[in-house]
Every structure is written in structure tokens, then in C-alpha cells.
Design a binder for this molecule. Structure first.
Ligand SMILES: *[C@@H]1O[C@H](CO)[C@@H](O)[C@H](O)[C@H]1NC(C)=O
Length: 246
């Protein structure tokens, strides 16, 4: 067969005809040299491709699972401010909405500007590894850092459960006040860890304390211009965080 093909091609050449062998003699062309060898190579190539593809898929899945297991959740809570007295309650309850991105040890909460109510939009980052919370006030473009309060902030899995619950029905809750005071400026955000550094880099950053834990027993100075509030939740109640610069 091979010999015949070779011969006929030679014969064509000898006759001076520039017709390709494949066209001239399809039977010869469809019987390629070494059929078994090329089928084997083809199979090997296919196997190789399948192997590489499965490797990519498994590898991708692993990377996804272990390095970026982030999830976005959206939730809203209506709340009652018990401290302001029952009479002053409006007909409809105020509402806090937020979006949260939860990974293994980090929760980043995005608080939009509240409607019909004073309060600043903010990003709130809870770093469960470093046990720190950072508030980035988006109106002031300033960062405030305080130790993570684990009796207020639910751990990541519980947060996920809470937001899964909030997705299905609206939630009625109550308001808790939190009074924080700026204590000192932080010049180097590096020791605060990768995530807070990424959030606060290039912004003025301050350390805070609970007012009640200040020496002097937390005498409240009521100067509204130096204070601002952020309404948010990371538990089954809404927290009004009031941050004062003095
Ligand atoms: C955490 O927050 C609660 C409620 O605001 C407060 O009573 C408690 O003292 C705080 N704990 C710490 C360690 O700051």
C-alpha cells in the first residue's frame, strides 16, 4: 500500500502533473502511514488534555475553597429604640440595611447611608484572627480601631446563619447603644494586620476605647459636632455606635 502510494506519487511527478496525491487518489490518502501509531498518539494527546483539564478544575476548586471562600449577604433589621421612650416611637420602625462579606476569619460589613435618619455610611471590618474591629467612616474617610467585642459580634458561621435567616423574612429587633472615644492616633497601620491595613491605608487612623472603660468613669461630654454615629448589626440586635473625638 505504502509502496503503491509512493510509486503513484512519483509517477505523477514524472508525468509533470502538479496534482496533489490526496486529490488524485483518495483511497491512498485515507490510508495513512502507520495507522496504529497515530491513533495511539491521538489518544495520548486526548488523555493528556483531559488530565490537564481535570487538574485545572480540581486545582481551581481547591483554590476557590481554601483561598477565597467569600460570600456576600444582604440583610435588613427594623429596630425599636427602647431608651428613647415608648411614646416617641414613630409609627413605622427605623430600618438598618447592610451587606456583609464573610470569609473564614474576616467579616466586612458595608453600611449604606441611612435614609431619613442621621448616621454615617461605613465599612466595618471584624478580624477574628487578630481580634480587632476597624470602622472606616466613609463621610470622614477616617479609620477607627478597637478590640473586637465578642459578646456583640457573632463568629463567622453564626453571622452566616443570621444573614441566611434575614434573607427569608424581615426581622424586628431593638437598639443597643455603644459609646466609643478616640484615644490616640495610629501612625503605622501595619501591625494591625493585612486586612485592616488594606482598609485603612492612606486614611487617618485612630485607636478607640469604650467610654465606660476610660479612667474617670466615662463622663459624657455632649459636643455633637465631634461625635458621629454608625448604625449596624452583627448580632440579633442593632448597634448604634457613637464615636466621639473627645
Ligand atoms: C461588649 O459590648 C457590650 C455591649 O455593648 C458591653 O456591655 C461589654 O462591656 C463589651 N465588652 C468589651 C470587652 O468591650
Amino acid at each position: 500500500m505504502v509502496k503503491i502510494a509512493f510509486n503513484s506519487a512519483l509517477a505523477q511527478k514524472a508525468l509533470g502533473k502538479e496534482v496533489p496525491a490526496a486529490v488524485k487518489d483518495p483511497e491512498v490518502a485515507s490510508a495513512p502511514v502507520g495507522t496504529e501509531g497515530s491513533t495511539g498518539r491521538c489518544l495520548l494527546t486526548l488523555l493528556g488534555i483531559a488530565f490537564i483539564l481535570s487538574g485545572l478544575i480540581v486545582g481551581g476548586a481547591c483554590l476557590y475553597r481554601y483561598f477565597t471562600p467569600k460570600r456576600m449577604y444582604h440583610g435588613a433589621m427594623e429596630f425599636r429604640d427602647v431608651s428613647s421612650g415608648a411614646e416617641s416611637q414613630p409609627y413605622y420602625l427605623p430600618r438598618v440595611e447592610e451587606e456583609v462579606e464573610i470569609s473564614d476569619n474576616i467579616a466586612v460589613i458595608s453600611v449604606p447611608p441611612p435614609r431619613f435618619r442621621p448616621g454615617d455610611p461605613a465599612y466595618i471590618l471584624h478580624d477574628f484572627n487578630r481580634k480587632l474591629t476597624a470602622y472606616l467612616d466613609l463621610t470622614l474617610r477616617t479609620c477607627f480601631v478597637i478590640p473586637l467585642n465578642t459578646s456583640v459580634v457573632l463568629p463567622p458561621q453564626d453571622l452566616i446563619d443570621l444573614f441566611s435567616q434575614l434573607m427569608s423574612d424581615s426581622y424586628r429587633s431593638y437598639l443597643v447603644h455603644e459609646d466609643l472615644v478616640v484615644t490616640e492616633r495610629i501612625d503605622d497601620v501595619k501591625p494591625l494586620g493585612f486586612y485592616i491595613r488594606r482598609l485603612c491605608d492612606g486614611k487617618e487612623t485612630y485607636r478607640m476605647q469604650r467610654r465606660a472603660s476610660l479612667p474617670g468613669g466615662g463622663i459624657q461630654k455632649r459636643s455633637a459636632d465631634e461625635c458621629f454615629t454608625i448604625h449596624h448589626f452583627e448580632n440579633k440586635f442593632v448597634t448604634e455606635t457613637r464615636i466621639c473625638k473627645a
